[in-house]
Design a protein around this ligand. Structure first.
Ligand code: FPP
Length: 245
């Protein structure tokens, strides 16, 4: 951890956890074994981020596209999620971690939804770190949903068209309570954003690694944060306009 400057941490890290299936194939195991090992990586990365002092961690746990996977895999992922939430509740409360979700959680089976809502509610007073799971999430769906809400507000006279700005449009997104990510990590050597946080990633630093998600360790996280700290974030300005710290 010596190589990390704790005064310049990313406030919000978002992760596209990819490569569970390939990890399983590489180890001659079934896909489910890859997802199980992936859930261990989730546990570890949540702990590491909390220890490091990261305030917001957002994980892409299930995309809208993932519904198209074989039914057996979808239901195995649901069970894994339920097991994860049940086993982590105590630790989330001990470590002051609040769970939130973004996405169309209503599409989830009743049993999974119940465990989710219960965890969200039982951790709602925590504020040390906000852990957000993107579930049945799609960035374009999120933007379309937001536009519909804006239209409704205009139609019902709560706002005028000229009231809409870049800043307040963000309040209509699923992430209205969460600042934009500073760092996006994607594992498994894929260089895509895959419909994740399309609006919110506008100024994020992107970090790609060949490591498969089940092999992603605390060291891998520190590598990503150290790389982030080497970069200069200009938000469209020139270097001289940024204050020197
Ligand atoms: C990508 O691997 C991973 C997912 C489909 C979602 C992430 C799910 C987990 C980490 C498991 C449990 C989650 C929680 C929150 C406990 P892939 O199947 O797309 O891998 P592949 O591209 O190599 O086939």
């Amino acid at each position: 951890m010596e190589r990390i400057d704790e005064t310049r941490l990313p406030n919000h890290i978002a992760i596209i956890m990819d490569g569970n299936g390939r990890w399983a194939r590489k180890n001659a195991l079934r896909r489910l074994a890859g997802h199980r090992k992936g859930a261990d990586s989730v546990r570890n990365v949540v702990r590491s981020c909390r220890r490091l002092g990261i305030k917001f961690l957002t994980l892409y746990a299930f995309s809208v596209e993932n519904w198209q996977r074989p039914e057996a895999e979808v239901s195995a992922l649901m069970s894994l999620l339920e097991d994860y939430l049940r086993s982590e509740l105590q630790e989330m409360n001990d470590k002051d971690i609040r769970l939130m979700t973004i996405g169309d959680v209503d599409r989830f089976p009743g049993k999974t939804r119940k465990v989710l809502l219960n965890t969200v509610e039982k951790t709602s007073k925590n504020s040390g770190m906000i852990l957000t799971l993107a579930l049945s999430y799609g960035g374009r769906d999120e933007i379309v949903e937001s536009v519909k809400k804006v239209v409704r507000d205009i139609k019902e006279g709560r706002i005028k068209e000229s009231d809409i700005t870049r800043e307040n449009f963000s309040n209509y997104l699923y992430t209205s309570d969460i600042p934009d990510p500073d760092l996006l990590i994607r594992t498994s050597g894929e260089y895509r954003v895959s419909n994740f946080l399309l609006w919110q990633l506008a100024y994020a630093e992107l970090y790609f690694t060949d490591i498969l998600w089940p092999d992603f360790s605390e060291e891998s996280l520190f590598d990503a944060v150290a790389d982030y700290q080497k970069r200069e974030r200009r938000f469209g300005l020139i270097s001289d306009q940024l204050s020197v710290d």
